[in-house]
Design a protein around this ligand. Sequence first.
Ligand code: ATP
Ligand code: MG
Length: 213
Amino acid sequence: MITAVLNQKGGVGKTTIALHLAAALAARGAKVMLVDADPQGSALDWAAAREGEPPFAVIGLPRPNLHREIPRHAETYDHVVIDGPPRVNELARSALLAADTVVVPVQPSPYDVWAAREIVALLREAHVFKERQIARFVVNRKIVNTAIGRDVVEALAEFELPVLPTALCQRVAFAECAAQGRTVLEVDPQGPAAREVRALCEELLAASAGGQA
Ligand SMILES: Nc1ncnc2c1ncn2[C@@H]1O[C@H](COP(=O)(O)OP(=O)(O)OP(=O)(O)O)[C@@H](O)[C@H]1O
Ligand SMILES: [Mg+2]
């Protein structure tokens, strides 16, 4: 599976989800490579902040030809996860072309729902070349015990993209892990954040295996 985590909106959780998806896939015993396709290099910074090797390979590839380079890298990995840039540019288009699965993080805010139009339009464009590509929204930073997460799922129904059932909640553990170069799977493997990450990973694998667009 080559999964791109994409949304032109900044700060929605692309890097957080890409890192945790890579970690959850690695925890299942897969050989995983995380490709940092964002010139900001956040995933590379995460790896540099870390003590010891991460449970997956991390490479920086913020280049518009990554759809041609990734298949070569992907040969020796079970899964490749691409952390996308915060804009619609040639890097985002290239990541989209490389991917068989696309994850679009959205925060439970009307601004995020409105901003999703741009990435949905891009996905529709890519569909011409990538007929079998799977794409899903993931709600990130849902506030526990509020209806806001449910509201955003209703608001996202205007798009043809399905929403994965598990949302990632707003949790301090995610922010702390970012600074330490760790993941919630390592910090608190039985905690709620780790459970959400594992559930998300399983749902994505099931959607990908199902192959339904
Ligand atoms: N579920 C969450 N709970 C708490 N903090 C979160 C959560 N998701 C993301 N964050 C924090 O929000 C900030 C932005 O997240 P992240 O860097 O993953 O977004 P991004 O979409 O990759 O941003 P950019 O567009 O700049 O690449 C980070 O500090 C991250 O730790
Ligand atoms: Mg990022």
